[in-house]
Structure formats: structure tokens, C-alpha cells
Write a protein that binds this ligand. Structure first.
Ligand code: ADP
Ligand code: MG
Length: 245
């Protein structure tokens, strides 16, 4: 079964057609990069998939079930995780406590978490941190981490809910070029190992063409092209409209 089917999504803001008749699919274990210039409609598309925005028209199917109309939290419970452009962790908690919090909130015991948090779920949290190469820094406060490491903790937090689909809107914003490649290589390994679909936006073409299985190009709210990295690189319309060569 197809993991994600986005069908004819439309969204206007005032008179501005931010997203117009956008359709694409994503399979389990696949990485799809949604690229396009600033203002192309990438974030609006992400927000309609995640439920933060309601589409004017169109459907978002997860395993053939329509998500449109569900609240963001209901969509999250169905297996759609998110990371954010600005990494969101609790700076005053340690690395491992941040992941324990995420595990506890999955268990819906968020209101009684703190009495038990120190012991509860620590082994599970450490196992998740090992998957993002952060186990050695488990007991440091998040406030002391380098930005690239905070991003990896954020990835572990997203994985705590064992998502089927992970939405990453500009996950590498603010990172150095080498760190960008490393974060998305790690994401790619995790997606393959877990059979998790990943929809991401990224400005670095090195990352896009190196890590995505498929690329979809948005220009002025419309899908211009979609295909393998090689096909997109060779597409004359994409070169003209976007890559500028
Ligand atoms: P991208 O993420 O590709 O840079 P966005 O989805 O953020 O693009 O924006 C697409 C278009 O929609 C832009 O013209 C933007 O100004 C407009 N837009 C996005 N969000 C809003 C909003 N909440 N209100 C009004 N216009 C918006
Ligand atoms: Mg955006």
C-alpha cells in the first residue's frame, strides 16, 4: 500500500494561491525531497499534510485513510512525525530526559511523568539516542550542545513516536554544509532501517541529490516536475525555472 498520497491540494491566502493542485505519493522507506524557491509553497504543503493548515481542496491519504480535517495531534497519533526548522528541545533538561519526555508523552502519561522520569524509559531513550549517535552525550543538558547535535536529539524525539511518516521542513537550516549531509545521511539510514517515509525540504542541492530517492519541484505553488534525482537534474524545465542553469 502507498504510505502517503497527496491529491490535488490547494490553499489560498487572501488572493495568493500558495499551493495549487499539488499531487504526489511517497512509499514506506522512501525519502522524497520537496524543493523550490522561497515562497513556492513547500511549508504550506507540509502544514496541510501535518494538519496545521486545512486545505481549501484536495486529500491527504495515509495508508489510504484521509487525514484532512483531523487535528494535528490526531494526525501525529496516526504515525506522522515532524521536526521543525528551529530545533525544539527543552534546554534545561538533559539529552536523555528530552527523549524520555517524548516516550512518556507517547504513553499519554505526560501529567505524571516527572515522578518517574528519571528511571522510567531511560533504557528505551538511550537506545533511541544510540540510533542518532548521541548516547555518549545523554546526561548533558541540551543547552550545552552544538546546534547539529540538538538536531540529532530532535530526530530521536521524533523517532520516539515510531512514525510511519516523518515531515522535515528545512531540517538543516542554520547548519554547516558538512553537518547537513551528515544529518540527512543519518535520516536516510534510519528511514531505510525502519521503513519510515520521509518528506523533507532542503536548499542544499548536494543534500537533495545525494540523499533523496525522489525529488518533487514546486514553483509558484504548482508541481513542475517529479522524479529521480538524475531525472530532475536533467529536466530542462527545472533547470530553467529553478536551478538557474
Ligand atoms: P516556502 O515554504 O516554499 O518558502 P510557503 O509555503 O511558506 O513557501 O509560502 C507560499 C506562499 O504563501 C508565499 O507567497 C507566502 O507569502 C504565502 N503564505 C504562506 N503562509 C501564509 C499565511 N499564513 N498568510 C498569508 N500568506 C501566506
Ligand atoms: Mg518554507
Amino acid at each position: 500500500m502507498t504510505l502517503l498520497q497527496v491529491q490535488s491540494l490547494c490553499k489560498t491566502f487572501g488572493g495568493v494561491q500558495a499551493v495549487h493542485e499539488v499531487s504526489f505519493t511517497l512509499q514506506a522507506g522512501e525519502l522524497l525531497a520537496l524543493i523550490g524557491p522561497n515562497g513556492a509553497g513547500k511549508s504550506t504543503t507540509f502544514n496541510m499534510v501535518g494538519g496545521q493548515l486545512q486545505p481549501d481542496h484536495g486529500r491527504v491519504l495515509l495508508n489510504a485513510e484521509n487525514l484532512v480535517g483531523l487535528a494535528p495531534r490526531a494526525i501525529w497519533r496516526k504515525g506522522v512525525g515532524r521536526t521543525f526548522q528551529i530545533a525544539q528541545t527543552f534546554a534545561s533538561l538533559t539529552v536523555v530526559e528530552n527523549v524520555q519526555m517524548a516516550l512518556l508523552s507517547r504513553d499519554q502519561r505526560i501529567f505524571s511523568w516527572w515522578q518517574r522520569a528519571n528511571a522510567h524509559r531511560r533504557p528505551d531513550a538511550l537506545a533511541l539516542l544510540a540510533q542518532v549517535d548521541m548516547a555518549a552525550q545523554a546526561d548533558r543538558p541540551c543547552s550545552e550542545l552544538a546546534y547539529g547535535d540538538v538536531k540529532r536529539v530532535e530526530l530521536a524525539i521524533a523517532l520516539a513516536h515510531d512514525p510511519q511518516l516523518l515531515l522535515m521542513d528545512e531540517p538543516t537550516a542554520g547548519m554547516a554544509p558538512g553537518e547537513r549531509v551528515a544529518l540527512m545521511q543519518l535520516t536516510r539510514q534510519l528511514a531505510k532501517a525502519r521503513r519510515m517515509g520521509v518528506l523533507f525540504t532542503e536548499h542544499s542541492m548536494d543534500v537533495v541529490f545525494g540523499q533523496a530517492d525522489r525529488v518533487a519541484v514546486l514553483v509558484r505553488g504548482q508541481l513542475l516536475a517529479e522524479g529521480t534525482p538524475q531525472a530532475i537534474r536533467d529536466d530542462a524545465r527545472v533547470q530553467q525555472a529553478y536551478l538557474g542553469s
